[in-house]
Design a protein around this ligand. Structure first.
Ligand SMILES: CCCCCCCCCCCCCC(=O)SCCNC(=O)CCNC(=O)[C@H](O)C(C)(C)COP(=O)(O)OP(=O)(O)OC[C@H]1O[C@@H](n2cnc3c(N)ncnc32)[C@H](O)[C@@H]1OP(=O)(O)O
Length: 179
């Protein structure tokens, strides 16, 4: 298990978005999920995702791909507690129960261990409250990368805009945890 980063926020702290246009957590992404995560005990976070009309797959039920996105965000937020910039290498989801429109999925995500650049994480999403029945479980392997991963691979205009916007830089938790 990795150590918690010395600058990691205290339990109860709301983590901001890592990028305002992120479809999972950004406020500026049209139709995005806008989930936010809160630091939990140890190397864990909690994340709530409320399923709306816009998230349907079958009538009245959440689309599995959107649920996977909510888990990708929750699991990825764990990386900030260990001060790692990382991208999703593998994401596996088990859908245990249908998740109806209007319900809130209470996700708890944690770090399970680290090996080289690989960060192993897992999460469970419960309905009806943080202690409710498990509806979705997920595991992910994140791969640690340098900032150059984004600088060399991202569309230039977006990278430049992000790098020149002080608000954006402040919002990028990577820069808070890894000054
Ligand atoms: C400037 C702005 C900054 C903003 C910061 C915001 C950050 C937040 C962003 C969050 C956005 C939200 C989240 C998102 O949506 S992230 C977006 C979705 N993910 C991606 O786009 C990632 C695309 N993939 C890649 O870029 C490369 O394949 C990476 C970088 C992942 C690895 O290629 P690289 O050449 O670097 O590494 P390597 O091949 O030497 O492998 C190294 C180790 O990793 C192991 N491995 C590799 N792949 C997998 C796999 N699939 N399953 C299991 N293991 C895997 C591999 O076996 C090896 O292990 P070992 O042999 O050492 O034991």
């Amino acid at each position: 298990m990795p150590d918690k980063h010395s600058n990691a926020p205290e339990p109860g702290t709301k983590l901001g978005s890592h990028y305002s246009r992120c479809f999972g957590c950004g406020d500026d992404a049209l139709g995005g999920l806008r989930v936010s995560s809160t630091v939990g005990e140890g190397l864990s976070v909690t994340t709530e995702f409320t399923v709306t009309d816009n998230h349907q797959g079958a009538p009245g039920l959440a689309h599995g791909g959107l649920l996977a996105l909510a888990f990708d965000e929750a699991l990825g937020a764990v990386n900030w507690l260990i001060g790692a910039i990382a991208v999703t290498g593998r994401l596996e989801t088990d859908y245990l129960m249908p998740v109806p429109v209007g319900t809130t999925l209470h996700i708890t995500a944690q770090c399970d261990g680290i090996s080289g650049r690989k960060i192993y994480t897992s999460a469970v999403g419960r309905l009806g409250g943080p202690e409710g029945e498990a509806a979705v479980r997920a595991t992910a392997i994140f791969i640690q990368v340098g900032v150059d991963h984004f600088l060399s691979n991202g569309r230039l205009e977006d990278v430049q805009e992000a790098m020149h916007d002080p608000e954006q830089l402040r919002a990028a938790r990577a820069f808070e945890v890894n000054p």
